[in-house]
Each structure stands twice: as C-alpha cells, then as structure tokens.
Design a protein around this ligand. Structure first.
Ligand code: RIB
Ligand code: CA
Length: 299
C-alpha cells in the first residue's frame, strides 16, 4: 500500500455493535489512521459487553490498541440495549477471539483527557460510533482538553430521513439526548453523518461474497458480521452506518456535506430545526465507498 500523505491520529468512541466492529476493523487496518485508543460506551449492548467486544475486535485485528471503558449509562437515564439487532453478545454471534489484554482503564473520559493533553492541540480526531455520553462528560469535566480535539466525526441523527427510534430519532442520539444536545452546542469542529447518508451505503449478498473472496481475516469477519446483520432483518441489503465515519475521514470527497440549522429535542433525541449550524453528510458515492471499505479490509 502506498504511504498515505497524512496519518490521522484517532480516538474511536464506540458501542460495538455489529456495524461498529466493521468500522473499527477498517480503521485499525488503514495506514492513514493511527488509532491511539478505543473508548467504549453503553449503547447497542451493556458496557461490559461493548468493552469486551472492543478487546475482541483488536485481538482479531492483531493489534494491542488500548481500550478504556466509559459510561455505563446515558446522562440522567437508564441504558436501553438493542439486542434485537446486535445479539446478546453484541457481535451477532460471530466468532471473535477473546481479548488479548484487559481494558487499559475503566475511565474513558480521563483517558481521553490524558491523550489530548499529551498530543499537540488540534492533532487528534474523535470518531464517535455510539451514544455521545463520553464526549459530553469530557466537555463537562475537562473542557480545556475537549477544546484540543481537532475534529469530531459522529454517526448520528436523522435530518430529512425518518428515524430508527420512533418517527424522527436515531439510536445514538435517542439513547442519550442530553449528551447529544451538549455535544452539538459545544462549538467543536463536528461533522454528523446521519441516517440520510448512512442508509445509502448498503451491503448485499454480492458484497458479502466479495469480502469472503478476499481471503483476508478482517474482510471475512466483516462478511460474517453482515450476514449476522441480515439474520436480524431479512431485507435485500443492510445499511453500514458506523463504517461511514472512518470512510468519511479517509475519503471526504465521496460524501456530500451540507450545513443545516439544527437543535436536539432533549426528550427524544430527534434533530429539529434550530440555531446551531451543523455540518451534516447528506449523500455519498456508495459504490466507491464499498470498494474503499473492501480494499481497506483486505490490504
Ligand atoms: O442508528 C445507528 C447507530 O445505532 C449505529 O451506531 C449502531 O451501531 C447503533 O449504535
Ligand atoms: Ca454504534
């Protein structure tokens, strides 16, 4: 693989989760991303499972990326897992090794703060693949450290699209609406990748076969994860929500980004018209991104 022009230093904040696992495997294998930590949050499944899964994903990828466990519940409310899609183990029952090492810590926010303070200002990207609880807590407890973040790319929300939690809300923002409201209002360099874009990046049986045909372990694991995704829903294809985050980081030219005036409904987590000017990805080049994902998982 040719050496990338620029290597992004990245913290991945995540609730793995089938589609999280696909995103993480792509990021860990991409020469253009240096993942310095994975921080976990309760969301798709409880915190102990998302944290164990982060370790399992790293073990399959053959990396010793530090995993730090974060928030076990949203701000001010109970956690509500989504085992219907991700299964009781959070990875659809797909065979993954056990973690090769214990979590580095059980304080993701302190770890984020330490990493941000140890690196030059505006040199770290944050990829958010789950509820925004950890980032909200960082903003509350270490605002100076949060101000050192270069940019945040977060999968979340539904702008013009219907939601997947009720009519208008999307799971990540609906799981912790208070955190979402805090993050969107914080003035960070934030790009949201909502369902409007992620539902356009779909995987079908042909794509699964192409992943298997590469013979590469990460690509085969992703094929099995997508097959598990199908088990939860018999549609022709399944949307690849979270992989859009690292794919955007490495291929921004393949996305159409608009700026919208938004706010967060703090009861439901739905995005509503409001005063916050937020960059939102509203379209993408799905064939080119599928090819980039397959290439990244098999090179
Ligand atoms: O709405 C999709 C999002 O919710 C994805 O991040 C998926 O992993 C779930 O967390
Ligand atoms: Ca997720």
């Amino acid at each position: 693989m040719t050496k990338p022009a620029h290597v992004n230093t990245v913290i991945i904040d995540t609730d793995p989760g089938i589609d999280d696992a696909i995103a993480i495997l792509y990021a860990l294998g991409h020469a253009g991303m240096n993942v310095v930590a994975i921080t976990t949050v309760a969301g798709n499944i409880g915190l102990s499972v998302t944290t164990r899964n982060a370790g399992r994903i790293c073990a399959l990828a053959g990396v010793d990326t530090p995993v730090h466990a974060g928030a076990a519940a949203p701000l001010g409310r109970e956690a509500r897992p989504e085992t219907g899609i991700h299964g009781n183990d959070g990875l659809g029952g797909v065979e993954f090794p056990e973690p090769a090492q214990a979590p580095r810590s059980h304080d993701a926010v302190a770890a984020m703060q330490a990493i941000l303070e140890a690196h030059p200002p505006h040199s770290i990207d944050l990829h958010c693949l789950g509820p925004l609880t950890n980032l909200a807590l960082l903003l509350q407890h270490a605002p100076a450290a949060a101000a050192r973040i270069r940019r945040v790319i977060a999968m979340g929300g539904a702008v013009d699209e219907p939601g997947n939690v009720g009519a208008k809300a999307e799971f990540n923002l609906a799981h912790d609406p208070q955190a979402a409201a805090l993050v969107l209002a914080a003035g960070l360099d934030l790009t949201l990748i909502p369902l409007d874009a992620t539902r356009q990046l779909r995987a079908d049986a042909t794509y699964i076969a192409a992943l298997h045909a590469t013979g590469h372990t990460p690509a085969i694991a992703v094929a099995e994860l997508i097959e598990a995704y199908f088990a939860a829903n018999s549609a022709e294809s399944r949307p690849l929500h979270d992989p859009c985050v690292p794919l955007f980081a490495q291929n921004p030219q393949l996305f159409r980004v608009e700026e919208r005036g938004l706010a967060v409904d703090v009861d439901t987590g739905a995005l509503i018209p409001g005063p916050l000017r937020i960059k939102v990805a509203m379209g993408l080049d799905a064939p080119a991104l599928r090819a980039a994902l397959l290439h990244g998982l098999s090179s």
